[in-house]
Design a protein around this ligand. Structure first.
Ligand code: DSN
Length: 413
């Protein structure tokens, strides 16, 4: 980054420091991943200079011919990955993808039935400070208190009672399989539209390792930067031309102006990578690594919410070690292991210092780590959590973290 360091050395230095943090740390935040250099090249390219308001073939600016080709590449590859009929690749984020669907098909005051935020839901599914909670009547379903898993009979009962216009299936911190067919039946029974937000599990769905909501849900939204391993952004998929047209005009000009064409090109590159056979192998290893990491932590006496995981993430109940989320995640970060504190179902503690830690394996798997490194990572986590006030031990662990990370270089290969 020779230009940046001469023009803005302060910013260049911050980016350099962040590159070192990523290279030398163990990334366990379940929603994060590392894109390829190819994705970053597209994302950091001259495409950032162009306005291309509108859609392929119908732009409001001249000079967009190449951009039509690029956006069509992204759209066609996304359709191929998921078997989707209609797609929109312009949402700047997953939250905006959700906002577009909710605003296109609901009226103010309509009811949305979605997973309670405290039980693994997402802000854009109805948090009271989010546009969704401000504009719609939100009814939250919870996980079963005994199994800590979705209880489809209870969700169906709630749907019969609240008669929602929209049901949302999807989560930010739910470690188990989501049965989209059951959600489809519930939505059909009560006459609601169904939106599946697959932001977290999109990569698993793409690889055929999680059941797919395509063709069942009326709308499927996702981010592109989590398990899909692309640039930060969102997408929307749907089944009918009528829905597609409404979504298109809600995304632009409804809630967005010019699309981020550099990001759309980077999405297309990431989608090409998803279509490569090696991607399925990657997702299989994500699942194996998740089992290995949670299994090793379980063996050390940690309680895993719901007893395990079917996907790329799990929740650690820190109460089993007499700890809380904030102190635990801070101590781990000092040692170079990044996680995030997270509410667990029926948490007795507040969201700003909950009882859980959320961990996921997409990022470490991208580095090439396998089961033995997960067992080692569990040892390092345990050492920190048993010594959260002992700076010497945390420093010792940090040295081990750097050594392990450097054995699996990211971009400095
Ligand atoms: N903030 C994301 C996550 O961490 O799961 C969801 O959008």
């Amino acid at each position: 980054m020779s230009y940046l360091s001469s023009i803005d050395p302060e910013m260049a230095s911050l980016i350099d420091q962040e590159a070192i943090r990523q290279e030398e740390g163990l990334e366990l935040i379940a929603s994060e991943n590392y894109t390829s250099k190819a994705v970053m090249e597209a994302n950091g390219s001259v495409l950032t200079n162009k306005y291309a308001e509108g859609y392929p073939g119908r732009r409001y600016y001249e000079g967009c011919g190449l951009y039509d080709t690029m956006e069509d590449m992204a759209r066609n590859r996304l359709k191929e990955i998921f078997g989707a009929k209609f797609v929109n690749v312009q949402p700047h984020s997953g939250a905006q993808a959700n906002m577009a669907v909710e605003m296109a098909f609901l009226n103010a005051g309509d009811t949305i039935l979605s997973l309670d935020l405290d039980h693994g839901g997402h802000l854009s599914h109805g948090h009271k400070l989010n546009y969704s909670g401000r504009n719609f009547n939100i009814v939250g379903y919870k996980v079963n208190p005994d199994t800590e898993q979705l209880d489809y009979d209870a969700i169906a009962q709630l749907a019969r009672e609240c008669k929602p216009q929209l049901i949302i299936a999807g989560a930010s911190a739910y470690p188990r399989t989501i049965d989209f067919e059951k959600f489809g039946n519930i939505a059909k029974e009560v006459g609601a539209l169904l939106m599946a937000d697959i932001a977290h599990i999109a990569g698993l769905v793409a690889a055929g390792l999680h059941n797919s909501p395509i063709g069942i849900a009326d709308f499927v939204t996702s981010t592109t930067h989590k398990t899909l391993r692309g640039p930060r952004g969102g997408v929307i998929m749907c089944n009918t031309l009528e829905h597609h047209k409404k979504i298109n005009s809600l995304v632009f000009p409804g809630i967005q102006g010019g699309p981020l064409m550099h990001t759309i090109a980077a999405k297309a590159v990431a989608f090409k990578e998803v279509l490569d056979p090696s991607y399925k192998q990657y997702q299989k290893q994500v699942l194996l690594n998740c089992q290995a990491l949670l299994g090793a932590l379980k063996d050390k006496g940690y309680r895993i919410v719901s007893g395990g995981s079917d996907n790329h993430l799990f929740l650690l109940d820190l109460a089993s070690k007499g700890l809380q989320g904030k102190e635990a995640s801070h101590a781990l970060e000092e040692a170079g292991i990044t996680t995030n504190m997270n509410l667990i179902p029926y948490d007795k503690n507040p969201a700003m210092n909950p009882s859980g830690l959320r961990m996921g394996t997409p990022a470490l798997t991208t580095r090439g780590m396998k089961e033995p490194q997960m067992v080692k990572t569990a040892e390092l986590i345990d050492k920190v959590l048993n010594n959260i006030d002992n700076e010497d031990i945390i420093k010792e662990v940090k040295t081990e973290v750097i050594k392990l990370a450097k054995e699996f270089p990211l971009y400095n290969k």
